[in-house]
Write a protein that binds this ligand. Structure first.
Ligand code: SGN
Ligand code: CA
Length: 724
């Protein structure tokens, strides 16, 4: 039987190879739709993108293409896995690291005989997996004379401009493929047009003397929306650096420049490159320096806007030219016919809308991703489908293109039926998309999640417990939050239901979305004190992470703590009332990452159960996320995962049962190497499961005697796993 299956599989493969398409995924960083002329917008005539436009004309262009989390790493992780951030584990760039052991579409394509390659920006911290060939930029990469990490881990520098070099490498790979009988998937991923926008020398003077049109919201005052909007640090007026962002260097005379300027990319240039740069930018910089003393703040903002978008669009020009080169090669080589070409970017971007640069917000400009696809003979040219698609759809789409099965745990949907069906939205296709940005220090954008359908957008800001609702038909610029407008109360109600439903559908939950409790004074106080204490606890061997039951090692548990754990310099990181999302927030913020403990003891989850009866699966997913997070933060730390303690006197109590379910599921998270389980629950009850109320006086918290029992068992466990 097994042999027959193998034969059939091999036959299928051979049959496939003839027709299965190659996939060329051309992907950039931060390319806004409004900077692609095929999408229209204000730069259409001034800064056209003829080669991307050509792809659109010969293929399909999706206007309703969205990101699930508008930043780099998370978008890329969702593309590779077909899953939203909370399931692939890469929630933010600050603390994320891609778990390359997980299922990804390149690995699945390898299994069905595809050759896989990735060249350019990666930004997922861990090394690529699932690629037969890769050559990547370290982290964000550089525009000027970039370095590339090689497959053996070494770093090589290449002279020239990054966008050209990534394309050279792409074409080289295509030309020199070893086994040309195999179909391929090639991801060619540009740094451009990411900050700091340094153009190719041939484009330094492009757009000189041209006045770039402004968005109507350049001087947005953020009225009619929540206060959080004012707190971001991505404002053209206030947050640009004169050196790195405005491309100035040296020591300009006017004090408003703030002294010596840092311009990192300039420092990478050789003498000839510097001379060429200075010849191009020098005169205009001098002019600004001279004019500055009499310029108003608004005039200065306008100057910055002009410089910013020109440089941004110059970097786009190089992207577009290189796409032209690539398309030409596909034709020359005869590959064009059987190669699907996709153009996309990890998220959109603000080009002055709302006064901003950068992304992160669920507003249209950064929520949207360009998505243009050409597939000769399959995709009917010139069509713009209406369907709402998202980056989680790419993986299942590529798999279906290749005739590979789509694993059930991928959350995206293949768009193949849209591609083959002349762009019509298939029956039962989604009518709304989900978004979640879990916060980062960079640019101080408040964490938020939300949903958008074809007409409305609902955003929730958990830190301030606020909502925003926009009517996109009447207010496409999203200037007027109507969540408190009585005329929209029914819409708000419906959108909140949609929000709850989509979250459930994607197994996203409050349990896993980082959350602080700074509104509660005692909590904030404890956070500040504990976080500063940590700086003096570098030697701590054991860290206890949890809720009130952990916190109370400071009270009921103190005698036991002093005896067993104080000698280890243990740190108590318990916060009364905390749920999993609070622990996730605490691990994402502050100084905790600086510790390097031998062991961490985790007891969390009973408040997910007790405060809102959340299902066990949700709580366990959050605990799993915490364990993954710690695998990255503290790779050498042993984890003692405590089974959640029993609650309520009676074994049949519904809350007790949820905790029992949690404990059952926790077993699957344990490998007995890094993560160890300690379950001492039987110590606290009789054989019928009735809780001993002398040990648990309020049927939830422990008495001093119970702490003594826990301490003894835990100390033994720590010893067993080598922590002394
Ligand atoms: C850098 C940029 C930020 C940008 C992040 C994330 N600063 O930190 O402006 O938001 O990357 O971008 S820079 O001056 O170093 O360029 S992302 O595309 O990787 O998500
Ligand atoms: Ca990006």
């Amino acid at each position: 039987m097994k042999n027959l299956a193998t034969v059939i599989f091999a036959l299928t493969l051979t049959a496939f190879s003839a027709e299965r398409p190659n996939i060329l995924f051309i992907f950039t960083d931060d390319h806004a739709l409004q900077a692609i002329s095929a999408y229209g917008g204000r730069f259409q005539k001034i800064a056209p993108t003829p080669n991307i436009d050509r792809l659109a004309k010969e293929g399909m262009l999706f206007r309703n293409s969205f990101c699930g989390n508008s930043i780099c790493g998370p978008s890329r992780a969702s593309i590779l896995t077909g899953k939203h951030s909370h399931l692939n584990g890469y929630m933010d760039n600050d603390s994320g690291r891609f778990d390359g052991g997980q299922q990804t579409f390149p690995k699945l394509l390898q299994k069905v005989g595809y050759e896989t390659a990735l060249i350019g920006k990666w930004h997922l911290v861990s090394q690529p997996t699932g690629f037969d060939h890769w050559e990547i930029l370290p982290s964000q990469g550089n525009y000027v004379n970039p370095d590339f990490i090689q497959m053996d881990g070494s770093m090589k520098r290449f002279e020239g401009y990054v966008t050209d070099i990534v394309t050279d490498k792409t074409l080289d790979w295509l030309k020199n493929r070893k086994d040309k009988s195999k179909p391929f998937v090639l991801m060619t991923q540009q740094k451009a047009p990411h900050r700091n926008w340094v153009p190719a020398p041939r484009h330094y003077k492009l757009f000189d003397g041209i006045e770039m049109p402004q968005p109507p919201t350049l001087f947005d005052d953020y009225s009619q929306r929540i206060e959080s909007l004012k707190k971001q640090r991505m404002s053209i007026a206030k947050d640009f650096e004169w050196g790195n962002d405005m491309l100035m260097h040296g020591k300009p005379t006017d004090p408003r420049f703030g002294g010596e300027l840092a311009f990192g990319e300039y420092n990478r240039m050789n003498a000839a490159q510097k001379a060429e740069f200075d010849a191009a930018y020098g005169p205009e910089n001098e002019k600004l320096n001279a004019a500055l003393p009499t310029m108003s703040d608004d005039d200065l903002t306008l100057w910055k806007y002009q410089r910013y978008v020109k440089n941004y669009l110059r970097t786009v020009r190089a992207v577009d030219e290189n796409i032209g080169r690539t398309l030409e090669y596909l034709e020359e080589s005869g590959l064009a016919e059987n190669t699907v070409v996709i153009y996309s970017s990890d998220q959109g971007f603000y080009l002055g809308e709302h006064g901003w640069y950068d992304k992160r917000w669920m507003f249209e400009e950064s929520f949207k991703m360009p998505f243009v696809i050409r597939w000769p003979g399959v995709v009917k040219p010139g069509i713009e489908p209406d369907a709402m698609i998202q980056n989680i759809d790419y993986a299942p789409t590529f798999l279906e293109m290749a005739g590979a099965p789509i694993p059930a745990d991928m959350q995206g949907k293949s768009i193949l039926s849209i591609l083959k069906g002349e762009g019509r939205t298939p029956e039962g296709w989604r009518d709304a998309v989900f978004y979640q940005y879990s916060g980062e220090n960079t640019h101080r954008v408040a964490r938020h999640d939300g949903v958008r359908n074809s007409r409305y957008k609902l955003m929730r800001f958990p830190d301030t417990d606020e909502w925003m609702l926009f009517d996109l038909n009447k207010d496409p610029q999203e200037m007027n939050n109507v969540s408190a407008d009585p005329a929209y109360s029914a819409v708000l109600g419906r959108m909140k239901i949609l929000y709850t439903n989509l979250k459930a559908q994607y197994a996203a939950s409050d349990s896993i979305f980082p959350m602080h409790r700074n509104k509660e004074d005692w909590w904030k106080e404890r956070w500040l004190v504990k976080d500063s204490e940590i700086r003096n606890s570098r030697e701590a061997k054991v860290v206890f992470l949890g809720d009130s039951i952990t916190q109370a090692w400071e009270d009921e548990g103190k005698p036991a703590w002093d005896k067993y754990f104080a000698p280890l310099g243990a740190v108590n990181w318990g916060y009364s009332g905390d749920r999993t999302e609070h622990l996730i927030w605490r691990l994402q913020n502050g100084n905790i990452q600086r510790l390097n403990p031998k062991a961490a003891v985790i007891l969390i989850g009973t408040n997910n159960t007790g405060q809102s009866k959340r299902p066990a699966t949700e709580t366990v997913a959050a605990i799993r996320h915490t364990l993954d997070d710690l695998a990255w933060k503290w790779p050498d730390t042993r984890i003692v995962l405590m089974s959640v303690f029993p609650r309520a006197e009676n074994a049949g109590n519904p809350l007790r049962k949820i905790n029992d379910e949690i404990n059952e599921q926790l077993k699957a998270l344990v490998d007995n190497k890094r993560v160890h389980l300690l379950d001492i629950n039987t110590e606290f009850m009789d054989t019928s499961g009735t809780l001993n109320t002398e040990l648990f006086p309020d049927q939830l918290h422990l008495s001093p005697a119970a702490y003594e029992i826990w301490a003894e068992a835990l100390a033994a466990k720590l010893k067993l796993i080598g922590v002394k």
